[in-house]
Write a protein that binds this ligand. Structure first.
Ligand code: FES
Length: 355
């Protein structure tokens, strides 16, 4: 019979001595390389033998819990103190939102201090005597349950949870305050949009301003066959709400020969063949950008919805649900193109109309 895998294949140096002594003093069976070495002898920590060191650790843990409480209060205060649009320079992050930075810093500090305090408490003050638990049947005997309860009480006593009131109370305070951060975050769910989606910045008398040149438009600036993107007078790119407002108020202006316009209402709402329509696709809201002069079709690049600008911008292809809303325009006494009111219907995807 082969002896491969037997002790004869193992070098003599790697074999244990005839009788090995385990860490806890137990004698292992001779010649068994897999014998349980047992637990290493327990080394008492400085906190176990010096009450002043234990007190120092206690104060350190309490300090971490207090810092956590202060950080949570700082988190709540940040909501009140920092305006949402305040940008600050912080090395090495560069320009960041002061509110976001303060929220992240304070919440991170609050959670870190609770964790660090708990770890320091466990490492320095709770008992570190290792206990080997023998395997036993799953169903516990009443005796075992009593032992568990006794161990639990002993563990609770050794953790100092009852005796070290400063630690216990500051831990309760830190853990009780942290959830308040979540309550404050609920503020971001509001306010309700109300009827904001039904209205845009367009109003009677607002000039049509070329979005590229920032100049108000006259009819003669718009040749037949051209496509011009416009925004309402007064809306500037550095406005805090620019992106929100332009997402509703973006308009494209096209000039068509008046005799080519098939829709009577479209003709009535135009000026000398100049028609203004919302740029926001009625499918899911992409900006419509591509204009085909010979067919008067505009195309949305996202899913290819196609609208006929000579026929009330009705959908002739693609998934869009309805025509692009038209903006009624005219010319003011100075000769500039102006809106004659807001859109008569909500712009953008049709699901907004159900709001
Ligand atoms: S968003 Fe325009 S076709 Fe889908």
């Amino acid at each position: 019979m082969s002896e491969t895998g037997s002790n004869k294949d193992v070098s003599q140096e790697s074999l244990p001595s005839e009788q090995a002594t385990a860490h806890d003093g137990a004698v292992t069976p001779a010649g068994n390389p897999f014998a349980d070495p047992g637990l290493p002898p327990h080394q008492p920590r400085i906190q176990d033998i010096d009450e002043r060191a234990a007190k120092r650790s206690e104060r350190t843990v309490a300090l971490l819990f207090v810092v956590s409480m202060l950080a949570t209060i700082g988190f709540i205060a940040s909501y009140v103190v920092f305006p949402i649009d305040k940008i600050v320079y912080i090395f090495p992050f560069g320009h960041v939102s002061a509110l976001n930075f303060a929220l992240g810093l304070t919440l991170g500090t609050a959670l870190f201090c609770i964790g660090a305090g708990a770890v320091h408490w466990a490492r320095t003050l709770m008992s570190d005597v290792e206990i080997a638990d023998e395997r036993h049947p799953i169903g516990a005997e009443s005796e075992a349950k009593a032992t568990v309860m006794a161990d639990f009480r002993q563990g609770a006593a050794e953790s100092g949870f009852g005796r070290r009131k400063l630690l216990r109370n500051t831990l309760f305070g830190a853990v009780a305050l942290v959830p308040l951060s979540g309550v404050v975050l609920l503020r971001d769910l509001g306010p309700l949009p109300g009827d904001k989606l039904r209205h845009t910045l367009w109003a009677k008398g607002k000039l049509l301003v070329n979005q590229n040149t920032n100049e108000p438009l006259r009819p003669e600036d718009i040749p037949v066959g051209s496509l011009t993107f416009v925004k309402p007078e007064g809306l500037e790119e550095d406005d805090h709400e620019f992106n929100v407002e332009i997402a509703k108020a973006a308009v494209m202006v096209v000039r068509i020969q008046p005799e080519d316009i098939k829709d009577k209402k479209e003709l009535d709402w135009s000026h000398e063949g100049i028609v203004a329509y919302s740029r926001i696709c009625t499918h899911v809201g992409c900006p419509v950008t591509l204009y085909e002069q010979s067919t008067h079709h505009v195309l949305c690049p996202c899913h290819q919805s196609t609208f006929d600008m000579a026929d009330g911008a009705r959908v002739i292809f693609g998934p869009a649900g309805h025509a692009l809303p038209q903006l009624r325009i005219g010319v003011n006494q100075d000769g500039y193109l102006e809106a004659l009111g807001d859109f008569a219907e909500p712009v953008g995807p049709s699901f907004w109309e159900r709001g």
